[in-house]
Design a protein around this ligand. Sequence first.
Ligand SMILES: Cc1cc2nc3c(=O)[nH]c(=O)nc-3n(C[C@H](O)[C@H](O)[C@H](O)COP(=O)(O)OP(=O)(O)OC[C@H]3O[C@@H](n4cnc5c(N)ncnc54)[C@H](O)[C@@H]3O)c2cc1C
Ligand code: FES
Length: 286
Amino acid sequence: MNQLNESTPQPNPFLPEPARIVRLYDLTEDVRFFQIRLAEMDKALSFTNRPGQFAMISVLGAGEAPFSISSTPSRPGLLEFCIRKAGVLTNALFNLKENDLIGLRGPYGNGFPIEKMIGKDILIVVGGLGAAPLRSVLLYCLDNRDQFGRVSVLYGAKRPAEMIFREEYLSLMKREDLECHLSVDKDETGEWTQNVGVVTTLFPKLSKVDPQNTVALVCGPPVMYKFVIKEFVKLNIPKDQILMTLERRMKCGVGKCGHCAIDYIYTCLDGPVFTYWDVLHMRELI
Ligand SMILES: Cc1cc2nc3c(=O)[nH]c(=O)nc-3n(C[C@H](O)[C@H](O)[C@H](O)COP(=O)(O)OP(=O)(O)OC[C@H]3O[C@@H](n4cnc5c(N)ncnc54)[C@H](O)[C@@H]3O)c2cc1C
Ligand code: FES
């Protein structure tokens, strides 16, 4: 018999799995929290991802786009996303209700190198919607607290009302096994009790950093990277221990279409997490 006939068909990498919206609520005026479960329970329970990976989410008739998985793999079964209303697909997502079905495929991308981070101090710097992918790694560190050294978070948002998971972070500040500092660029409410200023103004508040033993993570709006990386470099954190998650326009998410390519790098496969070392050796990455 022809050997080709015997080969089992390869699974279609573009086939989304049906997933149900379990819970949704607004995080800010234009960012909504979506808690999702794959419709087939065995698939929901066996779904594994690494913090920093993303999934492709689709709505019938509206399209598909990549979104960072914001939940931690240490709490399996449910997947969480923070989604900003931006265009056709996200508007369609905002029209959905709890119990509605969407499509989901993934997880994709490299994610954070957790194995290399074990035993190290973790310094997380978040700006705006960067809270989506970094929440996954922060919750992972907190769920596996004994595997990491000191864990510190610096989180900046434009205004208090735009700080995603504001209440969650305010209560995290009370934990003794975590150093957490919050800042807003502007406060018109007069009720904000934390720092006012861009996120880099939080660096002087950090307790002493042991640079060789620190892995520093940053995600936020493009303008933020240059300034935050400057602070990491001032602290003498090695370039290959500075990790950033970057966004590029993506279509397939699986290295087939070339939409996300920069030189010979496909950001959907080789990213979205890069080291500062990678960035220095690649044009146009940030
Ligand atoms: C790895 C990764 C992770 C992401 N994670 C998140 C997340 O956690 N949360 C989240 O909210 N978003 C996330 N995004 C961004 C999200 O995928 C996009 O905002 C997506 O395009 C929204 O789809 P849409 O159809 O609603 O908007 P679109 O119709 O795609 O429009 C979105 C915006 O992009 C502009 N735009 C459209 N086409 C182009 C183009 N060709 N070139 C330049 N600009 C264009 C539009 O004018 C609009 O302002 C992520 C992106 C990547 C790559
Ligand atoms: S998004 Fe298609 S190759 Fe990366």
